[in-house]
Design a protein. Sequence first.
Length: 412
Amino acid sequence: MGINVCYLGNISYFCIVKQIYIYLTALFLLSAATLKASGGEGAEYDSLRVSLLTCSPHDEVYSLYGHTAIRVENKSSGEDFVINYGVFSFDKPFFLLRFVFGLTDYEMGILPYDIFLREYAYYGSSVTEQEIAFTTEEKLRFMAAAAENYREPNRVYRYNYFYDNCTTRARDIIVGAVEGMVVYNDSVPEGLTFRKMIHSKTENNPWARLGNDLLLGVGADRQLTLSEMQFLPQEMLVSADSAYILLDNGEKRRLVSRTTTLLKERGGERQEKTVEPVWVGGAILLLTMMLSFVEWRKKWYLWWYDTLLFLLCGLCGIILTAMIFSQHPTVSLNAQILLFNPLLLVYGIIGVRKFRKGDVHWFWLLEILMLCLLLVVFSFEIQWIDPSVRLLTLSLLLRSALKIRYRKEMTE
């Protein structure tokens, strides 16, 4: 839900134009704040139009969930630019690592409307414009708030995917300028969660969906409020379309005065069929069953297979353990750490070594208990677990149960 300022398709001159235009539009925004502070009438702002722009996703990973920005058009002066709270750069040191740990800084950027529209036309995305029914006084208040946002260091903010992103920032500055209260007519469906909303946007990208599901914990599976639901651009578009402004005297007026489709979505090329995570999980379970059968018939112990599984889950466990310290509010409590546990790199290997010597370590029983607990968490809908992860859980559960069965045979 952002825009990479240093790469816009084949618009090679973007960064240069952006720097010049930022300087000019910053002066315009600051003049708005000055006029507001000096008590000016603001008559020229009658020709000002403020609109919410909602852009559909395209093929870039950062755009899977769409994007929201604000268009400001002054018909009398000819100025037409876009306020964008989703500006970032992949070139910053440790960008991905900082993003995972909730330490990514986004910033408010200003760019010409035609360049903004050209990028989404290049990618084939749709762009919908919703003109906000501001009064002149509300336009002045909005411009003053935008100018204050654009000052250093206010333009930079700590990005949070669910609670503080390009969509929520655009919503909040518009709602904050309204004289009265914004009331939304839509409602939150029963059982709607952050995870379900993300799933709706990653249906065609199963590996991105798996990555999200691995990192998101229990907090992503609770019932959402209406305000929380608006973190996605498309949901904010629907909410704004149904909203009205309730004044102190009881009068009402619609928040959006006009909706226009600036760009229609252009169908992209058909995506090639890829190997889905659930197929991989199923293949691992099938392989586990086959190897376990060979062990039983041949009286072998394929220790390398258990070692490989523990290394895989243990290394993933290091990531989930590190996420406990992430600033993202929905990742610190994650039941999948019962499967992806860094202790497997120690006790799992010890358990394998002892079993090779004919001794069944207590670790195997503990592993069974943890894996069963993970399946219980999923069964009671405390946390969603991806099907591929459930299949992997069954694989480790089978391997651990066979060790307990072996100990029973030794004591009989």
